[in-house]
Design a protein around this ligand. Sequence first.
Ligand code: ZN
Ligand code: FE
Length: 261
Amino acid sequence: MDTPANSKLQIRQIPVLNDNYVYLIHDPQTGATGVVDPAVVDPVVAQLDTEGWRLSHILNTHHHGDHVGGNLELKRKTGCTIVGPRADAARIPGIDVAVGEGDSYRFGGFEAKVFDVPGHTRGHIAYWFPDAAALFCGDTLFALGCGRLFEGTPAQMWASLSKLAALPDDTRVYCAHEYTAANARFALTVEPGNAALKARAEAIAKRRAQGLPTVPSTLAEERATNPFLRPDSPDLRRTLHLEGADAVAVFAETRARKDRF
Ligand code: ZN
Ligand code: FE
């Protein structure tokens, strides 16, 4: 029942800065090696050396410095191709290939499907590798949370999150920050009756106490416990006093409360 190792996308998670995750992805069949949102250079180069991989691609989700900070130096060192959001190409340093909603980008033997997911920034995109069940969603969807709305409206962000929430249950959510423990504390205040959330919050506290990452999670877990994907939850609606409201209004109020939390 084991899939041969050479048919799998290999993924390495590199914690950098305070709470960022940078990801290396590698297709052993073709040697294609990408880095998703290189905030910095040195830890990426160190991990590439450890693995014996040669960088061929940078995949950016959005323009923030903690996602593109390593772009130009990595490109200078390796000649890699930089892929990023078409809607924000002018703000992605060194961009070579601009992609957007509905595009498929071929990475080695794998296909990355691209979604436009505006809200955190106006040009944010996400990369979904269906054959690897992997979603790289930057600062749009977090474990038990979602990104702040710096350049978008609640309606935009809700539409973006809805696209991601429609992916298969076993999709692993490779988000760009380890915010999960704080997100769990907030989630419990708005959906106090969610038993799956309580269990997950305990598991998260244990992992963090041991210094272990809580990322990636699965989309099934997020749909069951992430309040930003659960505007239909009666418990959440009761807490917010929004029993009769539409999903966007419930999402907007949840996000506003998190901003003040
Ligand atoms: Zn960001
Ligand atoms: Fe970020």
